[in-house]
Unconditional design. Structure first.
Length: 514
């Protein structure tokens, strides 16, 4: 039977000339296709030499680098399961992920080796390697002793390729299990739908621990044999500077907002570019319009999730399935991708008519297998007929464009990162003197949305807002820390006693935008 390992499909798309540049960094380093091939072989051989059981997880929390990209590819190649972790996560967060996923291998930066390895060994991990963003670390030292030839491990379409943690309404993160075919089918669909062509060059400006930067961007370039211009960290000026050598850019809305603030953004600066893609969070219509006016390009907005990779997209070219419509409509996320079934349902689970607002449910080859070791959660999130409940609220219009109008899940999307209020509230509620708290998302000009914490102190206790924020900062990834905190005497409640978050959001909605 044909090997359905995702790496094999990506490798098969490498150009014939392996000496050509596959990745070019801002420091002027050129990695050829042959470098990618050989280095991933060495790392894959290293992983396989450890004698890990099938299905072993390789958990990785390292700064963005080309070697980190190679580690991802090597994990696929060796047939293990990649588990990327946001570099902002601190010890309590890492302890949860490692405890839950029980990875056989952990890779962290040298600077974090002390605390990460302690947690990893406590959780039973046997192998902890380091990988730094300057091409050093024990992973590379060890891999150097292995052969640069490697036959990709045979994998079935349904075998696991990656686990991505994504939180739920309870604030406990769930690992979404994605298979080789989930990722490969989505990559192939996008290659076609976005008209990837020979000569395309991608500016890779996103972090590589989430779907957008890790799968959509990297698979997109690799499966087209396209070069990537690699930015370790997004910088609007430098990104614009790259555009005279590139054709495709992908970003969360914040990246577009930040580039629009640069005087250097002009039609001339982007005249080699073919396509600008946005997603992960709602793109404001002002950003969409401003971009069109400043650059002459219409941003293509698409929609996805950790559990599903990409679900819908505005068209790049006329879409035959929808009367050859080719308009990229701001404020919408376009059409369900080929192969994706999407429906909007009411509270009773019945399909809603065109234009009516309800819960978005999806089905397709891209939809994940299950949540890691949480069968009851998996069962809750799927319908009897196999549709996945996204937790997003939206509608489909008479032209078949999908619009997301809100979320039924209590989620804040800040600069493209997800923040779950329940998790933050849990931490605040444990603080000395705190009786209760509520965290809500409010509009923000740069991050789109940010968290605001509203706290009630226990009788006779004194709670300082700055102390709450400082305490959170010490424990949680920075992006999760609310940007403001208020200590109040009362929270608005409905007759059932439930906190009315909509009223709190309303009360604070102009904090950053007025
Ligand atoms: C940084 N901070 C943030 C964020 N990022 N706060 C809220 N939200 C954020 N996203 C904090 C910093 O820790 C710092 O706090 C302060 O805000 C200012 O940081 P700044 O220097 O402005 O941030 P930055 O380092 O420039 O990062 C901003 C960023 C980054 C480039 C927009 O957040 C980013 O790369 N976002 C992309 C996320 C992404 O890839 N999402 C895709 C998920 P302090 O001053 O206290 O230190 S995949 C997905 O959603 C689905 C599947 C999909 O459809 O794609
Ligand atoms: P994640 O859990 O990180 O995979 O985030 C997935 C969520 O991001 C989705 O359920 C949506 O709420 C949101 N999202 C992704 N793309 C878009 C978009 N283009 N517009 C609005 N929301 C989006």
């Amino acid at each position: 039977m044909k090997n359905q390992n995702l790496f094999s499909a990506l490798r098969a798309a490498f150009p014939a000339d392996l000496s050509a540049t596959a990745v070019e960094t801002e420091d002027g380093l050129h990695y050829s296709w042959s470098d990618l091939d050989r280095a991933t072989a060495m790392m894959a051989n290293l992983l396989q030499s450890l004698g890990l059981p099938d299905g072993s997880r390789v958990a990785v929390q390292v700064e963005k680098s080309v070697e980190a990209l190679m580690l991802y590819l090597a994990t696929l190649r060796a047939g293990y399961v990649f588990l990327p972790l946001n570099t902002a996560y601190q010890s309590a967060e890492i302890a949860y992920f490692l405890g839950n996923a029980e990875p056989a291998v952990v890779v962290c930066s040298g600077a974090n080796f002390g605390w990460v390895s302690k947690i990893a060994f406590q959780q039973g991990t046997q192998h902890v390697f380091t990988l730094n963003d300057n091409r050093t670390g024990s992973l590379l030292d060890r891999a150097a002793h292995h052969s640069d030839q490697h036959e990709a491990a045979p994998r079935q379409a349904d075998d696991l390729a990656a686990i991505l943690y994504t939180s739920g309404t309870t604030g406990r993160s769930k690992g979404a299990m994605l298979t080789h075919d989930n990722l490969l089918s989505n990559a192939r669909t996008l290659k076609d739908y976005w008209g990837w062509k020979k000569g395309d060059v991608l500016i890779h400006a996103l972090p590589i621990f989430h779907v957008h930067g890790l799968f959509v961007a990297i698979h997109g370039a690799l499966i087209n044999g396209s070069k990537m211009l690699w930015m370790a960290k997004f910088d609007p000026k430098r990104a614009i500077g790259f555009m005279n050598q590139a054709t495709v850019f992908m970003g969360v809305p914040t990246l577009y907002v930040r580039m629009l603030a640069e005087p250097g953004l002009s039609k001339a600066a982007v005249n080699k570019m073919r396509l600008f893609i946005a997603g992960s969070a709602p793109l404001l219509i002002e950003t969409f319009n401003d971009w069109q006016e400043r650059t002459g390009h219409t941003i293509l907005e698409r929609y996805g999730m950790s559990e599903t990779a990409m679900l819908t997209s505005n068209p790049y070219a006329p879409d035959k399935r929808y009367a050859n419509q080719s308009e990229r409509r701001g404020g919408t996320v376009g059409f369900p991708l080929p192969g994706v079934l999407l429906r909007v349902v009411g509270d009773d689970g019945q399909n809603l008519a065109v234009g009516e607002i309800g819960g978005i449910q999806v089905k397709g080859p891209n939809v994940f297998k299950a949540y890691w070791r949480m069968p009851e959660k998996t069962a809750e999130e799927f319908t009897a007929d196999g549709y996945f409940k996204t937790g997003d609220v939206g509608k489909v219009d008479e032209r078949s464009y999908v619009t997301i109008v809100g979320r039924s899940k209590d989620l804040i999307i800040s600069g493209g990162y997800n923040v779950y209020p329940a998790e933050i509230e849990g931490y605040i509620n444990e603080m000395k003197g705190v009786a209760e708290s509520a965290v809500v998302g409010v509009p923000h000009p740069d991050f789109g949305e940010v968290g605001v914490a509203v706290v009630i102190a226990k009788p006779n206790a004194s709670v300082q807002p700055e102390a709450v924020l400082a305490d959170l900062k010490a424990k949680l990834a920075n992006f999760k820390v609310p940007k403001r905190c208020y200590v109040v005497t009362e929270l608005p409640r409905n007759t059932m006693g439930k906190i009315q978050k909509n009223l709190l959001r309303d009360q604070h909605k102009a904090l950053f935008t007025s």
